[in-house]
Write a new protein. Structure first.
Length: 250
C-alpha cells in the first residue's frame, strides 16, 4: 500500500524545485494534493505536469489574507488536512550593509510571517492526527557570511517546529523540519550571483560539501515524505539534516 494513500496534503511553493519534487512524490504515494505557487507560468506548468492528481492554485506567501483564503479553500476542497509541507520561500544573499528595510521585510513576510498565519488559519482544518513539515535550512546553524536575513528566517522556521509541536501536539498536530544544504533548484538562480562569477561560486560551494556535489530535489522529497507518513508518527519537533555533510565543515 502507498504510504500516503488517502491522505489530504498541501505543498506550498510546489511549482518548482523541492516543492515540485515533493508534490510528485506525494502523488506517487497516493495523496490527494493542493499545491500553491505565485508565478502564473510555473503554476500552469505544474498543473499540466500533475494533471488531475493535484489542484495548483495561486497563493502569495507574503499575503496574510491569501494564506487565510488558502486555508478556507483547503477546507472547502478536502474538509480536513492530513499533511502540510510549508516550503514556499525566497533567499537573498548580500552583505549586511547592503540590505534595505524593504528587502528585509519581504524575506520575513514570505519565509516567516506568511507561514505562521497559514498554520494559524489551518488549526481548525487539521485532521487528528496531522503532520506538518517545515522547510528550514542548514544556514540557520552555520553562520555563513552574506546570509544574515535568510538564515534568521530559517532559524524562525526551526523554532516554530519545536514551539508549535509543544503547543499543538495535544490536538494531534506534530511538526518537524527538513534542513537542506545546497540543492540544485531554481532558488540558486535567484541569488543575484553575476553570470561571470556563477561557475566559480558553484565550484566554491561544491568544494565545501563533503559529498562533493549539490543535492537534488528528489533526495529532499524522500525525507519530507518520511516525515509526512505514519512511519514517523513518533517523530515530533525534530529536524532532519539533508546536506551531503555540509554542516561538518565550518
Amino acid at each position: 500500500m502507498a504510504r500516503l494513500e488517502g491522505k489530504r496534503a498541501l505543498v506550498t511553493g510546489g511549482t518548482t524545485g523541492i516543492g515540485f519534487a515533493t508534490a510528485q512524490k506525494f502523488i506517487a504515494e497516493g495523496a490527494k494534493l493542493i499545491v500553491t505557487g505565485n508565478n502564473p507560468e510555473t503554476i500552469a506548468q505544474a498543473q499540466a505536469a500533475f494533471g488531475a492528481a493535484a489542484l495548483v492554485i495561486k497563493a502569495d506567501s507574503a499575503s496574510v489574507s491569501e494564506q487565510r483564503a488558502l486555508a478556507d479553500r483547503i477546507k472547502a476542497e478536502f474538509g480536513a488536512l492530513d499533511i502540510a509541507f510549508i516550503n514556499a520561500g525566497i533567499s537573498q544573499w548580500q552583505p549586511i550593509e547592503a540590505f534595505t528595510e524593504e528587502q528585509f521585510d519581504r524575506q520575513f513576510a514570505i519565509n516567516v510571517k506568511g507561514p505562521f498565519f497559514l498554520i494559524q488559519s489551518l488549526i481548525p482544518v487539521f485532521a487528528n492526527p496531522a503532520s506538518v513539515i517545515m522547510n528550514a535550512s542548514i544556514f540557520a546553524h552555520n553562520g555563513t557570511p552574506n546570509s544574515t536575513v535568510y538564515s534568521a528566517t530559517k532559524a524562525g522556521m526551526s523554532s516554530f517546529t519545536k514551539t508549535m509541536s509543544a503547543e499543538l501536539i495535544g490536538r494531534g498536530v506534530r511538526f518537524n523540519a527538513i534542513s537542506c544544504g545546497p540543492v540544485d533548484t531554481p532558488l540558486f538562480d535567484k541569488l543575484g550571483i553575476p553570470e561571470a562569477y556563477r561557475e566559480q561560486a558553484f565550484e566554491t560551494i561544491t568544494a565545501s560539501i563533503p559529498a562533493g556535489r549539490f543535492g537534488n530535489p528528489d533526495e529532499v522529497a524522500n525525507a519530507v515524505t518520511y516525515l509526512a507518513s505514519d512511519e514517523s508518527a513518533w517523530t515530533v519537533g525534530a529536524e532532519i539534516i539533508v546536506d551531503g555533510g555540509r554542516l561538518l565543515n565550518p
